[in-house]
Design a protein around this ligand. Structure first.
Ligand SMILES: [Zn+2]
Length: 374
């Protein structure tokens, strides 16, 4: 046997071994791929969040709060708050405290924040009060045009709380601080602007005030939802429809009682105004961003149950039970129960009572579609 024959034989064996290794590797790779789900899984996906992040905080930014103006926010001091033209003190507070014209008649209207009166004015009656960031955070949005929102000129801060992103909003400002730039980090007490009366429609100067909100963001992809529905939206994720508040005065009161205050622990104490079962292939983005509000097993894709506050703030969610799913039938959603006490005056009109049944009204269907959009 020639040396060359051996070399060729060993070469052929080596090639065969390499070929088999490549083949086995290819088979293993294809098997592994076949086990992966096709579309992104709702439990593992975090949709793109067009929000400035300041990282996971070492400490809760709501541990240290300042009031948004020099006024001390005391629920029992009417001079601190700015009522509407009705003059009723409660019209400055959070909740279904107002009345508005809806079609043929007047009905309750929901106020998502508190209206803090101007404490200092110049000779022409223009407010001089500085507006402060209430907690450490980042500037998420600045609207510099007075006429393109009923918030007027406004600033939204986001606060990276350990359980998720909380927003605070400061509206109707007369002027904005030059240092308030999107993406900029702010410290509690930094000046954001001056109290004013900017809004669309404008607010009479005598009623100039700071409209202040605290809450959660419904959907991080709401801009696409507006585009899909060919609706105008100048404010991206920081359109008021996408911002769901909690009572700001309750936040300050609770924080004073508990220094390690957490908005999410507070939300757990809120009564559900209604419970709803929804048909959904995927868990809403809301629960991916606020996972502490999801209870029990990961979403199974066969209907979810939500407990919801009066203004549409989802307080908690879980997999729907079999009997709850059966109530859905072919519908997108079904109301499971309503607590009339927690629903109160129902100023958001998300649920309506018609022909002996509770159902989502037009506003409720819009809320549902925004929540479920992905
Ligand atoms: Zn207001």
């Amino acid at each position: 046997m020639k040396l060359g024959d051996n070399s060729r034989r060993y070469g052929a064996i080596a090639l065969l071994v390499i070929f088999e290794l490549v083949f086995v590797g290819l088979v293993l790779y294809l098997c592994f791929r076949a086990k992966q789900p096709g579309p992104p899984d709702a439990e593992s996906e975090t949709p793109g969040l067009d929000l400035p992040l300041i990282g996971r905080p070492a400490i809760n930014p709501f541990r240290y709060l300042v009031f948004p103006t020099d006024q001390v926010l005391d629920r029992n001091d009417p001079d601190v708050f700015q009522p509407t033209a009705s003059g009723r003190p409660e019209s400055a507070l959070f909740g279904s405290v107002r009345t508005a014209s809806y079609g043929k008649g007047l009905a309750a209207s929901f106020h998502e924040g508190v209206d803090i009166a101007a404490g200092q004015r110049d000779a022409a009656g223009r407010p001089q009060d500085a507006v402060y960031a209430v907690a450490d955070g980042a500037v998420a949005y600045v609207n510099t045009k007075a006429g393109n929102s009923n918030y007027g000129k406004y600033v939204v801060l986001t606060h990276a709380c350990p359980s998720g992103m909380v927003y605070t909003l400061y509206a109707h400002l007369a002027a904005l601080s030059p240092s308030v730039i999107r993406g900029q980090c702010v410290k509690a007490g930094d000046v954001l602007g001056i109290i004013g009366n900017t809004a669309n429609p404008p607010i009479p100067l005598i009623q100039a005030h700071l409209h202040f909100e605290v809450g959660l963001i419904l959907n991080a992809r709401v801009n696409q939802w507006f585009r899909t529905h060919k609706l105008k939206n100048d404010h991206g994720n920081f359109n008021g429809w996408n911002l769901l508040g909690v009572d700001p005065l309750a936040v300050f009161e609770r924080q004073r009682q508990c220094p390690d205050f957490d908005v999410f622990q507070y939300m757990a104490t809120l009564p559900a105004a209604f419970e709803i079962v929804l048909s959904a292939r995927r868990k809403p983005d809301y629960f991916n961003r606020y996972p502490c509000l999801w209870e029990g097993a990961p979403y199974r894709g066969a209907g979810l149950q939500l407990a919801v506050a009066e203004d549409g703030l989802p307080i908690k969610g879980r997999n729907a039970t079999e009997s709850e799913r059966q109530l859905l039938g072919a519908h997108k959603s079904a109301i499971l129960r309503v607590d009339p006490d927690a629903l109160g005056r129902n100023g958001c009109h998300l649920v309506i009572y018609r022909k002996g049944l509770w159902r989502l009204g037009r506003e409720g269907e819009k809320w549902r579609d925004m929540l479920m959009y992905y």
